[in-house]
Design a protein around this ligand. Structure first.
Ligand code: TLP
Length: 352
């Protein structure tokens, strides 16, 4: 058994690279609440350029980025429409409601991008008799939909509808660089039709901390007030932003390795017809596995994998998620695949 623990729970487990640590040590800093941190300013300019927006703001987490966006786009008592499996609804502890007074309308769509014909009736409702719907939230790549990269045609359709009704669109693009890579387009194109986009530096891009929220200058001004309300105004945050600059300048192209490794992992698992996996479902750096055909819970599967030093995350009673990342090399992933294949084989053999 390999001594090293191969951690495939998430790409959030990645450690900052040596270059990041050096950049952090040498970062020029100032009090960012006075607008005086040159490293944060460099990061914000660079991030805005990358996604083709006027301005951007550095936030400690993706969750805070999404919440500040919702606060800046809406008023208490309004509705926001989103996919039922999206991170904002599923994982963010109701921040939009508890902090922003926003009521989510959740819709179900197999690829995670709300369908225009399902959304339109909400936008047509009488403003005097119903709450106003002021925001649509999208997610790309879509985490709980298998790390799926949602096509630009799908995003375009919902953005066009939103524009027709004067409704804003926010994109949770935590993994927007993975999406662009999988779709074979520029990151700017993925963000082109949305009003705001949040993306994370701390996932596959390996920064220790931090996400960016981008949009037009007026929107980012409002978002800065919302960030302060949430306690997200930071001081000499250039120390952290320095790592984010390395993320954006040196780490985006390498995400292809994560995608390739996920495909290797998926390929090994595809041999089990019982698992009902489909090659076309592996878009980016995630592999989801249903443990039901194995007759065991996801919890049980994760425990057995951990006994072999492979860490996976439990995503539901019978759903396991594996995420390839910078800290698990191709060899590590091939080894993990071998272990998991053996494990699944032994479970299936015992079941007959
Ligand atoms: N996702 C984490 C967990 O919270 C599930 C993970 O391991 O994938 N949007 C999306 C699509 C995300 O996947 C995440 C984190 C976030 C937002 C929030 O980012 P952070 O953790 O920085 O608040």
């Amino acid at each position: 058994m390999m001594n090293k623990i191969i951690d495939l729970r998430s790409d959030t487990v990645t450690h900052p690279t040596l270059k990041m640590r050096e950049a952090m040590m040498n970062a020029e800093v100032g009090d960012d609440c006075y607008g005086e941190d040159p490293t944060v300013q460099r990061l914000e300019t660079l991030a805005a350029e990358k996604v083709g927006k006027e301005a951007s703001m550095y936030v400690p987490t993706g969750t805070m980025g999404n919440t500040t966006a919702i606060l800046a786009h809406t008023h208490a008592g309004e509705h926001a429409i989103m996919d039922i499996e999206c991170h904002i609804y599923y994982y963010e502890n109701g921040a939009m409601s508890s902090v922003g007074g926003i009521m989510p309308i959740v819709v179900d769509s197999s690829d995670g991008c709300p369908n225009a014909d399902v959304v339109e009736p909400y936008l047509q409702r009488s403003p005097t008799r119903y709450p106003k719907t002021s925001l649509i939230c999208l997610e790309n790549t879509h985490n709980r939909r298998g790390g799926r990269a949602i096509g630009l045609d799908r995003m375009g359709a919902i953005c066009e509808l939103a524009r027709r009704y004067g409704v804003s669109v926010h994109l949770d693009g935590a993994r927007i660089f993975n999406a662009a890579l999988a779709l074979g387009v520029e990151v700017k194109e993925v963000a082109a039709h949305v009003d705001s986009v949040m993306f994370c530096l701390s996932k596959g891009l390996c920064a220790p901390v931090g996400s960016m929220l981008a949009g037009d200058a007026d929107f980012i001004q409002k978002a800065r007030l919302a960030r302060r309300q949430l306690g997200g105004g930071m001081r000499q945050s250039g120390v952290l932003a320095a790592a984010g600059i390395v993320s954006l300048t040196e780490m985006t192209d390498r995400l292809i390795e994560d995608h390739d490794n996920a495909k290797l992992l998926a390929k090994a698992l595809l041999q089990f017809d019982q698992l009902d996996l489909r090659r076309e479902d592996f878009h980016t750096n995630m592999v989801f596995l249903n443990t039901e055909p194995l007759g065991i819970s996801a919890e049980d599967f994760a425990e057995r994998a951990a006994q072999h030093n492979i860490r996976v995350s439990v995503y539901g009673p019978t759903t396991v998620r594996l995420v390839t990342n910078h800290d698990a090399s191709r060899e590590d992933v091939l080894y993990a695949a071998e272990v998991l294949v053996d494990l699944i084989r032994s479970i299936l053999n015992r079941a007959v």
